[in-house]
Design a protein around this ligand. Structure first.
Ligand code: SF4
Length: 501
């Protein structure tokens, strides 16, 4: 029987037989109940010429919640020969990949970094980012968060014109387009803009050219991207929590459709791809679940929006109870909001095993162990004899919710009322979140009462769809996975998992 062991911190990733092949590991992963983000990006350019690898490393650390499968950093020296990029990437967490002096070897004052989660079958070292591409004008380093919906089409087009792909990620399609457009463009930012006219879908990009750091966000603004500054160094990254970690000041968000370029002369911006703000479609799950609560996205606090969601649940789905608890981590702030609104005491009911990542791998030989129990234990003393309101961010397949409800009952809770800080999932996502196909969604073709019966709760309430925009102070959002109305025509074939971000 194969034993599954991931390289521990301090060990090098090895390709020999000691560790299972990546595909085998994936075959053994049970489908997880929760949602997954697909990546975090971090770019930095120090105009004083200081090395950026260490701050990028700490930035990626702060973004680790956005992807735990692989990570990487690519750096270049803007004073050195054009086209010399040093990079290091690998499978695993940031502190597993950058060991044994790898970070110290990355010398350069400009760089990009990436943490990745993939949806299906393509979790390999080749697909780890940043991508580094050599072409006639020098070298590009690219890190991407999001999913293109026309990657298949563009890829086939490129392949027919002679392109040979090294990876199965749509980021390479973007990189190829930028490189091609660069030939006939005045500068790399113009090439990025031309590439943006061809690619469709969700993308927040950081691009390193030999002398420039570029940030670009798709016109709908699906994924976050913000700008920060520390001393004389500029940063472009997915979340403001990474700026805080570095002690950098938040400058502003990159606007949906905007391209920003950082050079020795400072920062410039092009908004020719921006669309009217009424058409923006930020992924609401950044606020509900993905982003760290200490981040702000487009001026709205993630923590504050979760508190609001909890307050709305208390207003719209009230119930008498003795205690409100959140399923860690993203359910906690919503539970606090529910408590503040209802006056029912807030408490902790769960102890989370902090050493189990979001991409927990379950060995075959321990199939009897529930992965929920491995991640979470109930504090019996906190819930015994009480009527408990339990708040979670979402119900996808329902397999985790029923186990958690049962765990609370087994620990002595007399009633368990479940409240969900998002509306029911009814449709898949094509823009970078692994909401599965409709037939796997518990809410598809079932009433709330039927779902309540399946998960075994005493009552069940979801956040109302109309509350989503209120939750984010009226920002324009995407609600595709709840309504089936996507901000752009979804692909006719299921592209999810074909080419990953
Ligand atoms: S469909 Fe849902 S998960 Fe996907 S981008 Fe829109 S809000 Fe986010």
């Amino acid at each position: 029987m194969l034993s599954v062991r991931r390289p521990a911190a301090g060990e090098k990733n090895r390709e020999d037989s000691e560790f299972m092949r990546e595909e085998e590991i994936h075959q053994q992963c049970e489908p997880e109940e929760g949602l997954h983000e697909e990546c975090g990006v971090f770019g930095m350019y120090d105009l004083d010429g200081k090395d950026v690898a260490a701050p990028i490393y700490y930035g990626l650390f702060a973004l680790q919640h956005r992807g735990q499968e692989s990570c990487g950093i690519a750096v270049s020296d803007t004073n050195g020969p054009k086209g010399k990029v040093i990079s290091h990437k690998g499978m695993g967490l940031v502190n597993e990949v950058f060991v044994d002096g790898t970070l110290e070897a990355l010398k350069g004052d400009i760089g990009v970094g990436h943490v990745r989660y993939s949806t299906a079958g393509a979790s390999t070292r080749e697909n780890a980012q940043p991508l580094v591409l050599n072409y006639v004008k020098g070298t590009l380093g690219l890190a991407h968060n999001g999913n293109l919906i026309n990657a298949n089409e563009l890829r086939h087009e490129l392949e027919y014109s002679g392109a040979i792909f090294q990876t199965t990620i749509d980021t390479e399609v973007i990189a190829y387009h930028i490189a091609r457009e660069r030939i006939g463009s005045r500068n790399v930012e113009e090439a990025v803009l031309k590439a943006m006219k061809k690619i469709k879908g969700a993308y927040s990009l950081v691009v390193m050219s030999p002398r420039k750091l570029i940030g670009a966000r798709d016109p709908f603004g699906f994924k976050p991207l913000c700008i920060g500054k520390r001393d004389n160094a500029w940063i472009i990254t997915s979340e403001t929590c990474a700026l805080e970690t570095l002690g950098a000041e938040y400058v502003r968000d990159v606007e949906p459709g905007e391209v920003v370029a950082i050079t020795r002369d400072g920062i410039s911006s092009d908004k020719s791809m921006c669309i009217p703000k009424e058409q923006h479609a930020r992924c609401i799950f950044e606020y509900i679940y993905f982003a760290r609560p200490d981040s702000h996205i487009d001026g709205v606090s993630v923590y504050g929006s979760r508190i609001k969601a909890g307050r709305f649940l208390a207003m719209d789905s009230p119930v008498e109870a003795d205690l409100v608890v959140g399923v860690p981590e993203s359910g906690n702030a919503a539970a606090l909001g529910y408590s503040l609104q209802s006056g029912i005491p807030y408490g902790s009911a769960f102890v989370k095993n902090s050493y189990v990542g979001r991409t927990f791998i379950k060995p075959k030989q321990s199939n009897r162990e529930s992965s929920v129990k491995i991640k979470l234990n109930v504090l019996r003393e906190a819930v015994a004899g009480k009527r408990v309101i339990m708040i979670d961010d979402s119900i996808v397949r329902g397999t985790t919710s029923d186990r958690i409800v049962k765990m609370l009952r087994d620990a002595g809770a007399t009633e368990v009322h479940m409240r969900v800080s998002s509306p029911p999932f009814l449709w898949p996502c094509y823009f970078g979140t692994d909401v599965p196909a409709r037939d796997q969604l518990i809410a598809c073709n079932r009433s709330v009462e039927e779902i309540r019966q399946i998960i075994g709760a005493d009552s069940l309430g979801y956040l109302r769809l109309e509350r989503l925009r209120e939750m984010v102070n009226g920002l324009e959002i995407c609600t595709g996975c709840f309504t089936g109305k996507y901000p752009m025509e979804p692909p006719t074939e299921d592209i999810r998992g074909d080419y990953d971000a």
